[in-house]
Design a protein around this ligand. Sequence first.
Ligand code: SF4
Ligand code: MG
Length: 331
Amino acid sequence: AEPLLRIENLGKKFYVKPGAFGTEVRTVHALEDVTIDVRRGETLSVVGESGCGKSTLGFSILQLLKPSEGSVTFEGTDLTQLSEKQMRRFRQKLQVVFQDPYATLNPRMTIGEVLAEPLLLHGLATKKTVRDKSVEMLGDVGLPTRVLSSYPHQLSGGQRQRVAIARALACDPEFIVCDEAVSALDVSVQAQIVNLLMSLQKKYGLTYLFIAHDLAVVRHMSDRVLVMYLGRPAELAPKKALFHEPLHPYTRALLSAVPEPDPERERNRRRQELVGEIPSPLNPPTGCRFHTRCPLAETVCSQKVPQWREAAPEHWVACHMVPETIQGEPS
Ligand code: SF4
Ligand code: MG
């Protein structure tokens, strides 16, 4: 089937002006050479340490950041080629929910006004129907009608995040980037919001790019998982294969930090600690960017960028030490 989004060789550079001691403009390669499909109706999670380019990927897909190279094809249109005006009609379909809704909800607007805005803007409701439609949106996210007259500061963190989700839903989206959308919430509230997102996905056929650092949540939520390291994709696989048969040394190191629920697997697994700090994206390592921290690194790793390839069916990886083709995992 046609993917909902086809992302090819997507890259984003930032330019840093010279500071007190520098003389040259320096380039930060925040995102490099990302080639992935996002499938209709899936939850594709993106994980990696902070600074690995997860949010940059999300914003570059949405054109909230203008990519420096590559393409993002949505329903046959390359979004990177559109003017801001042409992009406007796609904005409705491609939404984002942030970590901190407090920062994105206008404190002087009631929740009723917050929800009415996108509904009227996109012509999804009229002045006459907007209240009923807003009440319906609130119902969808498990909030009572009386919240319409509340201000953001009168709500709890979980309730505000529900409002942010309702506001995204009000646009009738197909794709939502959830950028650490549950990361700031208490564990119990986090579980409620995750379950809400999953039920809304089913109800409305939504597709999520779920940016997160909590691997337990990712394990619960995802269909597939993309692991990023310092702006580049390291591994992409269906959840089960990624958690049980990771191919990339960085993925193995990340997973080492997560408790394994199955005691049998816990006993058998080889632990691998992640050592050292993540290098600066201002001056990233040559070749494989992970070579400065990788226990398997050999000479070639600092010389050549490993190719992003499908090593097993559905299982993508960029590592010189992974064999050319490997047996598919038992499913
Ligand atoms: Fe490690 Fe080399 Fe693979 Fe990079 S390419 S992850 S350095 S083994
Ligand atoms: Mg981020």
